[in-house]
Design a protein around this ligand. Structure first.
Ligand SMILES: Cc1cc2nc3c(=O)[nH]c(=O)nc-3n(C[C@H](O)[C@H](O)[C@H](O)COP(=O)(O)OP(=O)(O)OC[C@H]3O[C@@H](n4cnc5c(N)ncnc54)[C@H](O)[C@@H]3O)c2cc1C
Length: 310
């Protein structure tokens, strides 16, 4: 790739609807890319890891994608919402604090003004992804004629398999409201659904090579609930970091649900994260270091929840 190819000026298109944007992408194919804030794409062009495409499809003029909507089922975040706007949204902070925390730790204020949540998610490696996985988020995308939804966990699993990877026009993210209920038997043997005294806990951590303004080495999110007696009722664990596509670890979650948080369980979780988490290593951090970090963080959060220290 020569310098001229890398920096040649592209044609910038400003579609007004998802259908127009989608059609432009179909028309220009690999010669076009969708662009939101452009903060990640710029790093690729400037470092020479990708050439400037002939066509940029700027998604910022599409109506309805720059807002947060609260519905009965949950919160819908438009893909064009800037990270800064997400970070300062009170409703998001109150109900989905891991997302706010993840965004707080992305880049720096000036970048968060431009960067969007849609670009972070569509990049497949954004640091918001484990937090969103921790809330069982769905992605909303446009298939050429209509909106479609898919669990973020499934979308990332497909993206992890190069033969299944397709470029999709992302419209937004849906975060569901989850009420935790527990079924218990009463004296007459009839099942009742009662809201029990459940202790919810959640934590998001990003470990980098310095305290702030750092790319991630490891990211973890854990969201769960313990019963009165310390049994795990619900748990979601997501791990990412660096250049890997974050994943939710549902097999591990199933192994934990219904168990008491004791030393054997914590040891089991620690060992299983070593097996399941497959971070990419680079010159700065080995895979073993990343595995150990992720395992320590998850085990610590489980232990803190059990000891009432969250
Ligand atoms: C100095 C610096 C520090 C950074 N630090 C971090 C960090 O700590 N953590 C982190 O996660 N990121 C970081 N980033 C990367 C980037 O800023 C964020 O990931 C940001 O959220 C990307 O959003 P964007 O709108 O700028 O995406 P863009 O650059 O516009 O797009 C990113 C990718 O997503 C695609 N895309 C964008 N929108 C859509 C859509 N709606 N549908 C389909 N595809 C789409 C684009 O084609 C491109 O492939 C950093 C960047 C810089 C320059």
């Amino acid at each position: 790739m020569n310098v001229q190819e890398t920096m040649a000026s592209p044609l910038v298109w400003h579609p007004q609807t998802p259908a127009e944007a989608w059609l432009m992408k179909q028309t220009y194919g690999t010669e076009a890319v969708y662009i939101s804030g452009g903060t990640l794409l710029r790093t690729h062009w400037e470092s020479g890891t990708a050439a400037m495409p002939k066509h940029l499809i700027d998604l910022s003029a599409i109506k309805g994608l720059n807002e947060i909507r609260v519905g009965e089922a949950g919160l819908q975040i438009g893909g064009q919402m800037s990270l800064q706007a997400c970070r300062t949204n009170d409703f998001l902070k109150r109900h989905f604090p891991m997302v706010t925390e993840a965004i707080r730790l992305i880049a720096a204020p000036s970048i968060r003004q431009l960067a969007t949540i849609g670009g972070n998610v569509a990049s497949l490696i954004g640091d918001s992804l484990p937090a969103l996985l921790g809330y069982d988020a769905e992605v909303i995308w446009f298939n050429g004629t209509a909106e479609q939804r898919i669990l973020l966990a499934d979308w990332l699993r497909l993206a992890n398999d190069p033969s299944q990877r397709t470029e999709r026009l992302l419209l937004g993210i849906q975060l569901p409201f989850n009420e935790l209920t527990e079924t218990v038997g009463d004296e007459a043997g009839i099942d009742q659904v009662v809201i029990s005294k459940i202790k919810r806990f959640c934590a998001y951590h990003k470990v980098g090579r310095r305290e702030a303004f750092t790319p991630s080495v490891v990211t973890v999110a854990i969201n769960g609930a313990l019963s009165d007696s310390g049994i795990v009722n619900e748990i979601r664990i997501a791990l990412g970091g660096g250049q890997m596509i974050p994943l939710r670890h549902e097999d591990l979650e199933k192994e934990i649900i219904g168990k008491s948080v004791d030393t054997p369980l914590l040891q089991h979780v620690y060992n299983r994260i070593f097996q399941l988490y497959e971070p990419r290593e680079d010159l700065f951090a080995s895979a073993a270091y990343r595995k150990q970090t992720a395992a320590n963080l998850i085990v610590t959060e489980l232990w803190k929840a059990a000891k009432n220290e969250t």
